[in-house]
Design a protein around this ligand. Structure first.
Ligand code: CP
Length: 285
């Protein structure tokens, strides 16, 4: 997949007409900028188009339509679906009601697998996968991009360091899966002492919207911020990534450093999602 994405990034014109006439149905039950727009751009750059459900409160979800009914209807309008939904497991559940492929664009605090594909692409471009040391910092409990990335990294020669407040450590299920997969992993509450060993630092936002209690959010908000001075202790070639959006966890002065790759990371979403859609739509040609 990553090789195919690199080929497409090198020569996008070669696939500009590849899926002309095909339609991608986009259903976003939660806000999105990058995932939705990059899937849209990817589909259009393959010669296809999208049909979008639009904002949830202007759809028939507002009238009480179930998710199962919504996807059963929308599968008749498109060749594949992309769905983001606040409930963990919703993408898997929805896919069981339909025959067209459904891509999980984020299911609550569960997984965000296509973000992981572009994260892996970015890691490969910047650090490679040999003897890799990755630090993943921030909200490891509710951060779905973390869960997908941590799983994926078990397929590579990667040491993983998880840095978070104790209340936002990896969920037990994810930790169990990583142990089962033989992951090389350690957990920390401070970045100091780990930072200098890292090839990649993957920073995440504290997922305020997922906290059941605003007071719990306030207790951890503002912790785990980095700025350009923080990175003085890092290797020169450290790659700093973030799935974005950021709030205050990466200061703007980091943007000017050679370490910052998070905007390029977001841009990589287009060729990576083009490669994924190409693979999926090939089967429905
Ligand atoms: N990284 C990511 O999923 O961003 P959006 O929420 O803007 O799609």
């Amino acid at each position: 997949m990553l090789d195919r994405a690199a080929e497409i990034a090198d020569d996008p014109d070669a696939v500009a007409d590849r899926h002309r006439g095909k339609l991608l149905g986009t259903l976003f039950f939660e806000p999105s900028t990058r995932t939705k727009m990059s899937f849209t751009a990817a589909m259009k750059r393959l010669g296809g188009d999208i049909v979008d459900m639009g904002p949830v409160d202007q759809s028939s979800v507002k009238k009480g339509e179930s998710l199962a009914d919504t996807v059963r209807v929308v599968e008749g309008y498109a060749d594949a679906l992309v769905m983001r939904h606040p409930l963990e497991g919703s993408a898997k559940m929805a896919s069981e009601f339909i025959d067209v492929p459904l891509i999980n664009a984020g299911d609550g605090a569960g997984q965000h697998p296509t973000q992981t594909l572009l994260d892996l692409y970015t890691i490969r471009e910047n650090a490679g996968f040999d003897d890799l040391t990755v630090g993943i910092m921030g909200d490891l409990k509710y951060g779905r991009t973390v869960h997908s990335l941590a799983h994926a990294l078990t397929n590579f020669d990667a040491q993983q360091h998880f840095i978070s407040p104790e209340s936002l450590q990896l969920p037990r299920g994810v930790r169990y899966d990583l142990h089962e997969a033989g992951a090389s992993m350690r957990e920390h509450t401070e970045l100091g002492g780990v930072l200098e060993t890292l090839d990649v630092l993957y920073v995440t936002r504290i997922q305020r919207e997922r906290f059941p209690d605003e007071n719990e959010y306030r207790e951890v908000a503002g912790q785990y911020q980095i700025d350009a001075d923080t990175l003085d202790a890092a290797k020169d070639e450290l790659t700093v990534m973030h799935p974005l959006p950021r709030v205050d966890e990466i200061a703007a002065d980091v943007d000017e450093t050679e370490h910052a790759q998070y905007f390029q990371q977001a841009h990589n979403g287009v060729p990576v999602r083009m490669a994924l859609l190409d693979l999926i739509l090939e089967g429905s040609a």
